[in-house]
Design a protein around this ligand. Structure first.
Ligand code: SF4
Length: 373
């Protein structure tokens, strides 16, 4: 079964590190909702199946929308697809949260909230130009906890170049004390077209060293593991029954449909993407044209993408799956390499599955690249 990703391309303000697609010109929201419901309608046959098991509203900032706009988009999904819903996730920011919104989302069927906390340190939040402070973060978590929406996930950023690790440990302890079923945590990366990228270029910001970031990654692994979380993907930690279904399906190579500006799609053979520009997206809509561009993938691309994403997960890379994809001699061609990586303690190869060790997880992307066909 497949999933649908609905990208809400708006934010209140730009976070300094962010290179996702969003706009702060909120005036186009009403037309954007119409355009996106139209896109859902037009692309109902994109996926190899008409049944969806996950709905994911991401962004941008979905919690910025009125619940009635979310309802319009959801209605369009319901009209065009059969829903066998296991998970309906909404990404939210702490500063948008009210009891009213939470109860509206719950009545729409939202059963999982992914909350953009990032840090509990006011000076770091300010440095990131987040729209919330730490007391709003704590209040939002309490509201979410009491909303009756069962599954909660927290987003955290590590690798802020502070002089020591105390603040990161504090963030981890505060997050774990709240006891969410799921934590996602990514390292602060400096992308060129961001405020941070500009600061780096002009010497106003100095990135954390690789070693410093790796130490914080190890702290993340240790603290979450002590608290009973399973690192089921390099950056994702869940309690039993709380692993993200929608994202896990991406990593396993399941097709998905992406709606809205900047959204990507995958039908099992081709990748597609929409213009990452709200005005161009709306212009196409006014001309009755999809802003969607298809990029056919070669067999090699599909296999390499599968290796890259699956190797990051606890389930690992299935050699049988690679054979089904057309590369039957993968093991015979890579056996020596895999044996060497196994000797170095970076992966294990058992029952036709290649699985990274704890040490290997630190070097995941490099190991994947060495196995590309
Ligand atoms: S709220 Fe999220 S999407 Fe928007 S700018 Fe900040 S990090 Fe990016």
């Amino acid at each position: 079964l497949s999933g649908i990703y609905v990208h809400i391309p708006y934010c209140k303000q730009a976070c300094n590190y962010c290179d996702f697609h969003f706009s702060t010109k909120l005036i186009t929201i009403p037309e954007m909702i119409q355009a996106m419901t139209w896109e859902i309608d037009q692309r109902k046959n994109f996926l190899p199946t008409s049944t969806l098991e996950t709905v994911y509203f991401g962004g941008g900032t979905p919690s910025l929308l009125n619940p009635s706009s979310i309802e319009l988009l959801l209605n369009s999904v319901q009209t065009n697809f059969k829903l066998d819903l296991k998970e309906f996730t909404l990404e939210i920011n702490p500063d948008d949260l009210t009891q009213e919104k939470l109860s509206d989302w719950k009545s729409l069927g939202v059963n999982r909230l992914s909350i953009g906390i990032q840090s509990f340190q006011d000076d770091i939040l300010k440095f990131y130009n987040r729209a919330h402070n730490s007391s709003q973060a704590i209040k939002a978590l309490d509201l979410a906890r009491n909303s009756g929406i069962k599954k909660l996930s927290l987003d955290l950023i590590y690798g802020f170049p502070y002089k020591n690790h105390d603040l990161w440990l504090d963030d981890l302890k505060k997050s774990i004390a709240f006891d969410p079923g799921h934590i996602s945590s990514y390292c602060l990366t400096v992308e060129p077209k961001t405020v941070l990228g500009n600061q780096l270029k002009h010497g106003k910001f100095i990135e954390a060293s690789e070693e410093f970031a790796a130490e914080q990654f190890e702290m993340l692994q240790e603290e979450t593991s002590k608290a009973g979380y399973v690192q089921y993907e390099i950056s994702n930690f869940g309690k039993e029954n709380d692993f993200a279904i929608h994202n896990s399906n991406y990593w396993k190579g399941t097709p998905y449909l992406g709606i809205g500006p900047g959204a990507h799609s995958f039908d099992g053979k081709n990748r597609g993407s929409n213009y990452s520009n709200n005005n161009l997206y709306l212009k196409s809509y006014r001309n009755n044209q999809l802003s969607f561009q298809i990029e056919p993938l070669s067999e090699k691309d599909v296999i390499n993408e599968y290796i890259l994403t699956s190797l990051r997960t606890i389930w690992g890379t299935s050699v049988n799956r690679i054979a089904e994809m057309g590369m039957e001699n993968f093991i015979s061609e890579n056996y020596k390499k895999i044996q060497n990586l196994e000797k170095e303690g970076l992966l294990s190869y058992i029952d036709h599955q290649i699985i990274l060790t704890k040490k290997g997880k630190l070097l995941a992307d490099g190991i994947a690249a060495s196995l590309f066909i």
